[in-house]
Write a protein that binds this ligand. Structure first.
Ligand code: FE
Length: 207
C-alpha cells in the first residue's frame, strides 16, 4: 500500500519538537485529565510545563493525508476484520478551551493496520462515534503499524455539534521515528502505557 504523501512542512515549533528528547515527547496537553499541570523535565530543564486546560489552546490541526474516506461506520470498536496488532484502548474527553466538556462531538478515526497498510476499499480500521454527556469517548482498536516516511499515528476528525471540523493525528510516546517525522507534534501525543493484555492510551481533545 502506498504510504501517505503527507508532505512534512517543518514549522519552527515542529523543528523544536524534533530536537526535543524522548522525555519531551511525554509532555502532553493534559486538559482536565489525569495529568496535573506539572512537568516531566527530568534531564532537560528547558521543557515547558505540561499545558493546563486553557493554557495549551486548541488541539493542533494536522494534514488529513490521502486515506480519509467519508461516511465511516458508527462504532466504538474498529476491531472487526482486523488480524494482528496489539490491542489498544484509547480513552479521553473532548473539552472546550474553557475546559468544559463538549458532549456529542463527532470523532471519526482511521488508521493503518499492523503492517502499516490502510484499507482503501472498505471500512476496516475506520469508524466514528460521538462523545458522551461528559465529553468522554472510548475507542477499541490496535496500535497502528508504521509505514515508510511516517512515525506511528492515528488519524482523527473531531467536530463539535454545530462547529467546524478539526483534522489531526495522534502520536505514540517513545517512538524513535517521532523525531524523524516532520509532522510529529508533542501536543498530539497519546499518554500510553502497556498494561495486561492491551495498550491503554489517553488523549483529551481541546476544541
Ligand atoms: Fe497516515
Amino acid at each position: 500500500m502506498r504510504p501517505d504523501s503527507e508532505a512534512p512542512a517543518l514549522t519552527r515549533r515542529q523543528a523544536l519538537a524534533v530536537s526535543a528528547s524522548t522525555t519531551a515527547a511525554l509532555v502532553v496537553a493534559a486538559c482536565g485529565g489525569s495529568e496535573p499541570g506539572g512537568t516531566v523535565a527530568a534531564g532537560d530543564d528547558r521543557l515547558e510545563p505540561t499545558p493546563a486546560c486553557g493554557d495549551a489552546g486548541a488541539t493542533p490541526e494536522q494534514a488529513e493525508g490521502p486515506f480519509f474516506i467519508p461516511d465511516s461506520p458508527e462504532r466504538t470498536s474498529l476491531l472487526a476484520g482486523v488480524v494482528g496488532g496489539a490491542a489498544l484502548v484509547l480513552t479521553g474527553r473532548v473539552l472546550g478551551t474553557d475546559c468544559r466538556p463538549i458532549p456529542g462531538t463527532l470523532l471519526d478515526f482511521w488508521q493503518a493496520d499492523d503492517t502499516g497498510a490502510y484499507d482503501t476499499g472498505g471500512d476496516r480500521l475506520r469508524g466514528h462515534q460521538f462523545a458522551s454527556g461528559d465529553g468522554s469517548y472510548r475507542l477499541f482498536t490496535i496500535v497502528p503499524g508504521i509505514y515508510p516516511g511516517r512515525t506511528r499515528h492515528i488519524h482523527v476528525k473531531a467536530q463539535p455539534p454545530g462547529g467546524s471540523v478539526l483534522t489531526t493525528q495522534l502520536y505514540f510516546p517513545g517512538e524513535p521515528a517521532n523525531e524523524l517525522d516532520g509532522l510529529f507534534e508533542p501536543a498530539l501525543l497519546i499518554e500510553a502505557e502497556e498494561g495486561g493484555d492491551r495498550v491503554r492510551g489517553r488523549f483529551d481533545f481541546v476544541l
